[in-house]
Design a protein around this ligand. Structure first.
Ligand SMILES: Cc1ncc(COP(=O)(O)O)c(C=O)c1O
Length: 489
């Protein structure tokens, strides 16, 4: 039986007619229609498979049978709000807590990463009695108004007048391209001192810090791994100012980094955030999320006397699904798999770096890996168009990867955690061919310098994943030129 109701063209036409035009689609010039998925594979209407290297939501594998069964069984019995007593809620909270440091013991269940971060801000404002928030360059924390305000990834597209004056942006702790690099004697302190300077400036203007918020590893920001010790120092400065540290684990939590269950733990055992937000992988595709905090922060939130009610957050079906996800991670040793396969993938990619001048940096932990493409290794000129070409050509070969970061030149790996070494071999082999072709066309050799005569002359200008043509970092769309707009995943 066909799994599609309409032919692809009709689906696309109906989508154009009824779905908001700002809801973008991957590869808009030739979109993929997916009708089924399993493990690390997605299938289109013609039953062709695509290897999924980017979907960290399908954490334990697309449509994992244990997760589907847990949800269906609970749905047959009961689904209601958390104002009734139900064991799923407390058992799940207990299980989640067991993965975290002791003092992070109080949960609020919500329905999306955005809801989790919005609630985290409310907790911080209420607990501290302060207003100002420090966020990181290129950060994305969600789509609701309060989070666009703290997401430079989005708000850099707004005018200064539209930006929230209580929000302050600290440099991204990127030791490859950022302000302080790997050759700096102590990048962790240097980046943390930037946060301290912001706090001092805010104080001088009469403001007070409510929170510092950061992803434990920046994802949309370009797969950035902060130097160890940075969070400890930032937390010290922020707490001294009366604020809290919010760790956004929406993309990177639940064992993805391999060595630890939570990415903030990469900083060391001496670092514990005041608030942790979770989302995407938590429900393996079921819309659920969570905020975990300390008893002190939760008590302060309670002190307003205002009830916190969330119709769907923590319902018995979501909790059953969340429990099943935790069970599968353990049963299938997916954290161990992330460590092993992640290391294997990173080693393969390191070899690509030795071979390909376009590969500037490989960085990652477990199955969270970034490949930064540059045209010139000394100048770090972003190879934005080339990154798009890699994505596009991989898509033609049924491999789904995406590019992100401020220059859209970082290839992001964050596949379902059942990704295998064979999958890693396949994608790296294909990348190898594509990079070789690109470098030949560009006349690029190690050490990499571009021969200007060859540049773009021997080949068609590449297009981004949505069919727009690139030229010198600008994307040409329907005759007009506009700045590249990222398509977040
Ligand atoms: C780091 C981070 N935080 C929060 C969010 C918001 O999550 P959601 O889209 O579930 O609202 C996202 C979404 O991409 C994210 O990447």
């Amino acid at each position: 039986m066909s799994l599609e109701r309409f032919e692809k063209k009709k689906t696309l036409d109906l989508r154009k007619k009824h779905i908001g035009p700002s809801c973008k689609i991957f590869f808009s010039h030739d979109p993929i229609k997916i009708v089924q998925a399993k493990g690390q594979y997605m299938y289109d209407e013609k039953e062709q498979s695509y290897l999924d290297c980017i979907n960290n939501v399908a954490h334990v594998g697309h449509c994992h049978p244990d997760v589907v069964k847990a949800g269906a069984q609970q749905m047959e019995l009961l689904n209601t709000n958390s104002r009734f007593l139900h064991d799923n809620l407390v058992v799940y909270a207990q299980r989640l807590q067991a993965t975290l440091p002791e003092k992070l013991s109080v949960c609020y269940f919500v329905n999306s990463g955005s809801e989790a971060n919005d609630l985290a801000l409310r907790l911080a404002w209420q607990y501290s009695g302060h207003k100002d928030i420090i966020t990181l360059e290129n950060a994305y924390h969600g789509h609701v108004s309060s989070l666009i305000d703290i997401s430079p990834y989005k708000f850099h597209q707004l005018s200064d007048a539209e930006q929230n004056q209580f929000v302050h942006v600290a440099p991204s702790p990127d030791v490859y391209r950022g302000k302080y690099r790997a050759d700096h004697p102590d990048p962790a302190t240097a980046y943390a001192d930037e946060v301290k300077d912001i706090i001092n400036k805010v104080h001088k203007k009469g403001g007070k810090i409510a929170a510092f918020i950061a992803e434990s590893l920046q994802s949309c920001g370009g797969q950035v791994i902060p130097p160890v010790g940075y969070f400890q120092q930032v937390a010290e400065h922020v707490r001294k100012a009366g604020g809290v540290f919010i760790a956004d684990e929406v993309q990177v939590g639940f064992g993805r980094v391999g060595t630890h269950f939570w990415a903030f733990q990469l900083q060391g055992e001496d670092f514990v955030p005041d608030i942790v937000t979770m989302g995407k992988p938590i429900g393996n595709g079921h819309p659920m999320s969570c905020v975990v905090t300390t008893r002190e922060v939760a008590e302060a939130f309670m002190s307003t006397g205002m009830e916190y009610f969330n119709t769907f957050g923590g319902n018995p079906v979501s909790c059953a699904i969340g429990l099943a996800v935790l069970d599968v991670i353990v049963k299938e040793d997916l954290q161990g798999n992330a460590l092993r396969v992640g290391r294997y993938l990173t080693n393969l990619l390191e070899k690509q770096k030795e071979k390909h001048p376009l590969v500037g940096d490989i960085r990652g932990c477990g199955l969270f890996v970034g490949v930064e493409l540059v045209r010139d290794r000394s100048k770090l000129t972003p190879a934005t168009a080339e990154a798009q070409e890699v994505i596009y050509k991989l898509k033609q070969q049924h491999i789904l990867l995406s590019a992100d970061g401020p220059h859209r030149n970082v290839l992001k790996f964050k596949p379902p955690m059942c990704f295998t070494t064979d999958d890693a071999d396949l994608v790296v082999e294909k990348m190898d061919h594509i990079l070789t072709e690109l470098e030949e066309a560009l006349g690029l050799k190690l050490p990499n310098t571009v021969n200007p005569e060859n540049e773009c002359s021997k080949r068609k200008l590449p297009t981004d994943e949505n069919g727009h043509q690139y030229h010198s970092g600008l994307v040409q769309s329907r005759g007009s030129s506009q700045q590249t707009k990222p398509l977040k995943t």
